[in-house]
Design a protein around this ligand. Structure first.
Ligand code: CAA
Ligand code: FAD
Length: 380
């Protein structure tokens, strides 16, 4: 067991750190305030290889491992979790889903553009009546011979108004339950596919979240992903990797808040000394440091499981459950350490606190992660 990063991993981490500091940091407060999608930054992240980190270079990707992906996600998330969720969805849900389960033609047509950042991808599972209860899909895709006819509503879709390619999960045979679900590729602009208004959110406000409507959308037969009826397992397997991405996002948010709190506590004086010299503050820093390190180990374990070809359903759920809890708890503490300054935008910690909350909700709530973990340990 080696707990040290290789030189190559350190270089990847440093490149992401440098990008986050020089490119993401300058406009992050304004993007949050105005809910601006970071279009130009997504393009730059594509040029740096961050949009297709683990994709095979023959499809335009960077061909890196999951550890590299986690390091990049952590660094981006320390500064801008809105940018990092776009990266996470594109990499671990859309690119992974296509690379692992798509046909060669689908990979050539879509993956090559998604992996370079030329295209942005969205993953559409959630519906108004099927969030945590994802098998209760109401969106239907009826086999009409040459095409599937898709009808229904997806909500909360990240990059929903900005994506070029949407992976959409739909029910093709209600009688078969989770075995009657398929995954499809829907291109933006397809007739009958409408993007609803943008959600006005508490956090990750620079990311773009929309409800999508499918009214008699004709999806070509060749756009189905995988064998007939495999869509629910496709979604679950893809989400296991996605949860590593969101766990590393939570880790980055927590680490970012910790670094700001540490710096502030060494500068701010009260009662004749820097506040870090008050044990109540020093102990908060000790708790933050310890919990963040524990979260990092869980995140790295999940990434290492994926890279080693081990099952990572449980380890990714554990990493997401724990890292998101740490992010929520310790961003609140980072605001506390900043006192009144923590409550204003220019100190960044209030945004990190708002951004932390979503990591306990999307890609499976914390309660859902506990279902995945408990079922796994009881089964084993
Ligand atoms: N791998 C392969 N197959 C799996 C699987 C996995 N990880 N998990 C479940 N399955 C299979 C089961 O084996 C079962 O197959 P059989 O019928 O052949 O046994 C089938 O799928 C149905 O599984 P369950 O009976 O376990 O289904 P369930 O109704 O109890 O639900 C659940 C399971 C884990 C709660 C699931 O519904 C779930 O994960 N819900 C959360 C949904 C979610 O995470 N949404 C995220 C949306 S994307 C997003 O959020 C992106 C973003 O924000 C940025
Ligand atoms: P519900 O399922 O209604 O849950 C409500 C509460 O009940 C939660 O606390 C939940 O944990 C709890 N609960 C439900 N069932 C159980 C149970 N069996 N046991 C214990 N507790 C339970 N989805 C996508 O498909 N693609 C995206 O790109 C995407 N991006 C998102 C971006 C944002 C900003 C948000 C807010 C959501 C996004 N989602 C996306 C949707 C997200 O995955 C869902 O919100 C999430 O899975 C929870 O579903 P729900 O909101 O319907 O909550």
């Amino acid at each position: 067991m080696d707990f040290n990063l290789s030189e190559e991993h350190k270089m990847i981490r440093d490149a992401a750190r440098d990008f986050a500091q020089t490119e993401l940091l300058p406009g992050v407060i304004e993007r949050d305030e105005k809910q601006h999608f970071p279009k130009d930054l997504v393009k730059k992240m594509g040029e740096l290889g961050f949009m297709g980190v683990m994709v095979d270079p023959k499809y335009g990707g960077s061909g890196m491992d999951t550890i590299s992906y986690v390091l990049i996600m952590e660094e981006l998330s320390k500064i801008d979790a809105s940018a990092s969720v776009i990266v996470s969805v594109n990499n671990s849900l859309v690119c992974y889903g296509l690379e692992a389960y798509g046909t060669e033609a689908q990979k050539q047509k879509y993956l090559t553009k998604l992996a370079t950042g030329e295209f942005v991808g969205a993953f559409c599972l959630s519906e108004p009546e099927a969030g945590s209860d994802a098998t209760s899909q109401r969106t239907t895709a009826i086999d009409k011979g040459d095409y599937y006819l898709m009808n229904g509503t997806k909500n909360w879709i990240t990059s929903g108004g900005r994506a070029d390619v949407y992976l959409v999960i739909a029910q093709t045979d209600r009688d078969k339950g989770s075995h009657g679900i398929n995954a499809f590729i829907v291109e933006k602009g397809t007739e009958g596919f409408h993007v609803g208004p943008k959600e006005d959110k508490l956090g990750i406000r620079g990311s773009d979240t929309h409800t999508l409507q499918f009214n008699d959308v004709k999806v070509p037969k060749e756009n189905r992903i995988g064998v007939n009826g495999s869509g629910f397992r496709f979604a679950m397997k893809t989400l296991s990797g996605g949860r590593i991405g969101i766990a590393s996002q939570a880790l980055g948010i927590a680490q970012g808040a910790y670094e700001l709190a540490l710096k502030y506590s060494k500068e701010r004086k009260a009662f004749g000394t820097e506040i870090c010299n008050h044990q109540a503050i020093a102990f908060k820093l000790a708790d933050m440091y310890t919990d963040i390190e524990a979260a990092r180990l869980l995140v790295m374990k999940a990434a290492a499981d994926k890279d080693a070809g081990n099952n990572y359903d449980k380890s990714s759920a554990m990493a997401k459950l724990y890292a998101s809890k740490v992010a929520m708890e310790h961003t609140v503490e980072a605001v506390q350490i900043h006192g009144g300054n923590g409550f204003v935008k220019e100190y960044h910690v209030e945004r990190l606190m708002r951004d932390a909350k979503i990591t306990q909700i999307y890609e499976g709530t914390s309660e859902i992660q506990k279902i995945v973990i408990s079922r796994s340990i009881l089964r084993d």
